[in-house]
Design a protein. Structure first.
Length: 402
């Protein structure tokens, strides 16, 4: 008997295309914020006073969180906004054994005009894609993550950071973890994205400026070809021992050096800047480590500092290059060191007054005691944008529910 022809309807039912018998496989679904479902809590949590918000052993989060799950075969499921609470993982989950985890950190600022704003959330979303793909977790359209962060703040913002608290902030922590419940060194075929909003302490600049100690000779935070450029949990745990030892000796953070020549990289978990007079040209320069060797994090605050200085401070030359602790020490000894600061989401723009390196102190001028001229100027520019004193496209206003 001759084989019968396959009709289009039959082809559709059996998964072939009706022409050459090839099976059509649906493309894995992309993360899509328009599919967000909302389940509101029936038991809103008490909103603490600012005085008690960070006084206990647990980070206090808002009423809701956003979650979205992913599988290699199906892609992203529809995201959900639902009551904040525990997540369930099998003991064999990839994240618990192979550090398949990345995260972001950014703040939502209650402006002095009453509006709630995120600061450059597109940059955080883009960087999270960079981090997730570095550890073989799934990619996603960055704009969809930004929309999900805005959705969470739209629901929880007005109650948890009310207009009666201008000049305050909430902290957002988007996180992705590998959830495949199978031991074995392999890319996780399952993942979860979640977003929480929390209270975090205001990390004021220490009185008299931050004191740094350079990293021990037998420790590095990150290395060329590694993952220092990605915001993954594996960057932070190994740094805690050196930081704890430094704090016991009266220092605030570690200035992480790299290589035999002692290249300056990061101050704790913040980007590190020095302002000095160039030895050859005499020009005043703002110097920080480069991104091309992928050792340091491409901080959103770091990028904003550089962008604002280029726009508003033409007398200050931007220099992104490898430089050593010896060069910083020479600038101090020769009277060319103008000031220094750390830049990041947590400590924001924090003046540095002292760097202790192998038994010797390098002192950075602090102007009137609050910070150097450029440090204070840059901090003011950024705060004006974040808290709505000036209009700027970097600040994304949140449409809040009343």
């Amino acid at each position: 008997m001759a084989p019968s022809a396959t009709t289009p309807a039959a082809a559709a039912s059996n998964g072939t295309n009706g022409t050459n018998g090839a099976t059509k496989v649906a493309a894995p679904a992309q993360l899509d914020a328009s599919k967000l479902t909302i389940e509101r809590t029936k038991s809103p949590r008490p909103v603490p006073s600012l005085e008690t918000a960070n006084s206990g052993p647990e980070t206090i989060c808002t009423d809701h969180m956003v979650t979205a799950t992913w599988t290699a075969s199906a892609g992203w499921a529809a995201p959900r906004l639902h009551p904040y609470g525990p997540i369930s993982l099998m003991p064999t989950a990839s994240v618990l054994h192979y550090a398949t985890e990345c995260f972001e950190g950014l703040k939502a600022y209650r402006g002095y005009d009453g509006k709630l704003r995120l600061f450059r959330p597109d940059r955080n979303a883009e960087r999270m894609v960079l981090s997730s793909t570095r550890i073989s977790l799934p990619s996603f359209p960055p704009a969809e993550l930004e929309k999900l962060m805005i959705s969470l703040l739209s629901v929880d913002g007005a109650r948890w950071i009310p207009r009666s608290r201008p000049g305050t902030f909430l902290y957002l922590r988007p996180t992705m973890i590998g959830t495949q419940p199978q031991l074995g060194v392999q890319a996780s075929s399952e993942a979860m994205l979640y977003i929480i909003a929390t209270y975090m302490p205001v990390l004021h600049s220490p009185a008299g400026g931050m004191h740094l100690r350079t990293s021990p000779g037998n420790m590095v935070r990150a290395w060329a070809g590694g993952f220092g450029f990605a915001k993954v949990g594996a960057n932070y745990g190994p740094s805690l021992l050196a930081t704890a030892d430094a704090r016991k000796d009266g220092f605030h953070q570690i200035l992480w050096l790299y290589g035999d020549e002692g290249l300056c990289t990061e101050a704790g978990a913040s980007n590190f800047f020095v302002v000095w007079k160039d030895k050859e040209t005499g020009r005043t320069q703002l110097v920080t480590a480069p991104l091309d060797d992928m050792i340091i994090l491409n901080g959103v605050t770091r990028r904003s500092v550089i962008d604002l200085v280029k726009e508003r401070c033409p007398e200050l030359e931007i220099v992104e290059r490898r430089y050593t602790i010896q060069e910083v020490g020479d600038a101090y000894e020769e009277g060319r060191l103008v000031e220094s600061f750390a830049a990041g989401t947590a400590y924001f723009i924090c003046p540095i007054s002292l760097i202790h390196h192998r038994g010797k102190d390098i002192s950075a001028p602090m102007g009137d005691g609050e910070g150097g001229e450029y440090t204070l100027k840059i901090r003011t520019w950024l705060m004006d944008i974040m808290y709505g004193r000036v209009d700027n496209d970097w600040a994304v206003v949140i449409p809040e529910e009343e």
